[in-house]
Design a protein around this ligand. Sequence first.
Ligand code: S3P
Length: 173
Amino acid sequence: MNNLILCGFMGCGKTTVGRLVAQLAGMAYLDLDQQIEAAAGLPIPEIFARFGQAHFRRLEHEAVAGLARLENRVVATGGGALVSPENAAAIDRKHDRVVFLDVPFPVCYERIRLSDRPLVRQNTVEQLEALFASRRPRYLAAATDTVAAAGPPQQVAQEILALAARPPACGAL
Ligand code: S3P
């Protein structure tokens, strides 16, 4: 199978669901944020603190562009990874499936509000909700498929496996 790339807002379950899908499908799992951290030798909050968000976005762009060289991975992206048109365009949607995990903002927020994610620490809940609203259309545009993903991770993972067995719902035909 080609790559199965998961996108969506912070807290939508990309990592948890991605690991499950990889396990169930017998595919390798790749966490793009972990890859960025390993390459930088720093955790993401440190990258933001020392070098700023713009630097993180450059590292993230390189990581997204590098996906074109990979096969047979389930990839969890960071919440901002497929937001910029440049990054979305770096994904070959005829080759890879891009699945948007669509989860309402209050559910995402409940999961992330106490985390050390820089954007969570730097923004109010109102600002995060505005960010969510501005990003959701970008996720929809970047995705070949969308799953309503607020339910149990096992169920979401099964749904993704089922859709991966079918032709893409949109975008890549
Ligand atoms: C970000 C989301 C984070 C991480 C970074 C920036 C974002 O990943 O990439 O803190 O811009 O939404 P998760 O979506 O896995 O939390």
